[in-house]
Write a protein that binds this ligand. Structure first.
Ligand code: ABU
Length: 114
């Protein structure tokens, strides 16, 4: 479990280091990391309800692209305050920092033009 928590903290640090591309929604609860991917056209917009609506719209499109590419599987969901957002769960100690780096790079590769 310590390893999973360390990897979760690593993912959060990486997300925070790229605030143009990723928006962390909450500090992680256990191994859950909730975030939006921010595509290139949405990066200049100030964060607010209108931007959240657009982020919620691109989330399932990016998920579809992940499934088509067959490279990633990250779940998404809305909650009572927010439209769809990604919720990544690191549940295997076989996951490495390289995998986390790949996940974030691949999301940007697949989603930058949304
Ligand atoms: N109907 C929501 C599906 C969420 C997901 O694919 O992760």
């Amino acid at each position: 479990m310590d390893r999973l928590m360390d990897l979760t903290a690593y993912m959060v640090r990486k997300i925070k280091s790229m605030p143009d591309k990723f928006h962390l929604i909450l500090e992680p609860e256990c191994v859950n990391v909730s975030f939006w991917y921010v595509s290139t056209r949405l990066r200049p917009m100030p964060h607010g309800k209108e931007k959240e609506k657009l982020l919620g719209e691109i989330t399932p499109v990016l998920k579809g692209r992940m499934m088509q590419a067959g490279t990633l599987m990250v779940g998404y969901q809305p909650d009572d305050r927010r439209p769809n957002f990604f919720r990544n769960i690191i549940s295997s100690a076989a996951v490495t920092e390289v995998d986390v780096d790949f996940l974030l790079t691949e999301m940007d590769r697949l989603g930058h033009d949304l």
